[in-house]
Design a protein around this ligand. Sequence first.
Ligand code: ADP
Ligand code: MG
Length: 354
Amino acid sequence: MCLSYKKMAAMVLVLGSCILTGCAKFFPAEKQEISAQSTSHSREIFAMDTAMRVTAYGDRAKEAVQAAEEEIKRLDALFSVGNASGDIARLNENASAVVSGETCELINRSKELYNSTGGALNIAVYPLMEAWGFTSGEYRVPEQKEIDAMLTCMDVDEISCDENTGKVILPEGMGIDLGAIAKGYTSARLMDVFVSYDIASAIVSLGGNVQALGNKPDGTKWRVAVEDPFSEEGDSYAGILEITDQAVITSGAYERYFEQDGKRYHHIIDPATGYPAENGLASVTVVSQDGALADALSTALFVMGKDKALAYWKEHADEFNVILIEDNKDMTITEGLQDCFSSQNPFLVEKKDQ
Ligand code: ADP
Ligand code: MG
């Protein structure tokens, strides 16, 4: 049995030859640069079970990066399933709890997306994640009867979450996990933190999930590399996105998996079957101004498969764009990315009205 835990799904290319990833080999843990153009401050942080890098430009960059780290740690404590005093762990333990306004907001957002994605985004996957061993590292293929029993406790509509009182009640047998949306919510919050420090230019990579504020300090767009899901070392990319004020978030079967009896089982669960989603997609990269949405949809569209994902995009084309890479290596981008995506590989462009 082997495990891959490749969280560097996207790389950020900044400042010409300088490559920024979440990986320590390129950068020291903390870095301050002062040039004629701008002061920058950059820090590596390990949180939410992944390597992160936060970079801000401007006079108050150091203070802003410090505040960003505190915000990441605060949200990690709130949402982590493993932190006994956090909102989600208390809820899973007691089936009801009074939680923070932010947790309530995120649960209600997840409920809306559960409905709009036809159940593909389902935060009630937590018991399944445990059964498959993704929470403990003790990987196994659960018995069908275990899976069948869990599938009966996954109706997210039944979660009651009162935004006035903060009281959340889970139906019997349900456990929740915000893993599909929490990092995107966090990167979006970091943009607000930066703005509160008068920062106009910043970029974060939370385990490969990238979100950028403004443009690079020289006024050009941020260049974000979308990882090639077939790359063995995780060091080649499928294309480059040029973005301003957007999140670029990827979900892929290659990010975290184990193998048993020659078969690979990854960490994105199809809530219809209780098994890892297998709908012909190798990775889904969502580009949106809304980080939480981009994260939730990268997971949900991966579950849906190409046809349903593109149909969903056509209904919500004003909210996001997407790059779909199939198991057979075919690549499709939606038309909003036409002018900001480049690749050495061929790709098809999906039009809204086609
Ligand atoms: P990552 O967090 O690895 O970058 P994702 O954003 O796709 O990747 O989130 C995967 C995580 O979301 C899983 O580790 C699990 O906690 C949770 N999850 C798995 N399947 C689903 C699903 N269908 N709906 C909601 N959450 C899911
Ligand atoms: Mg996600």
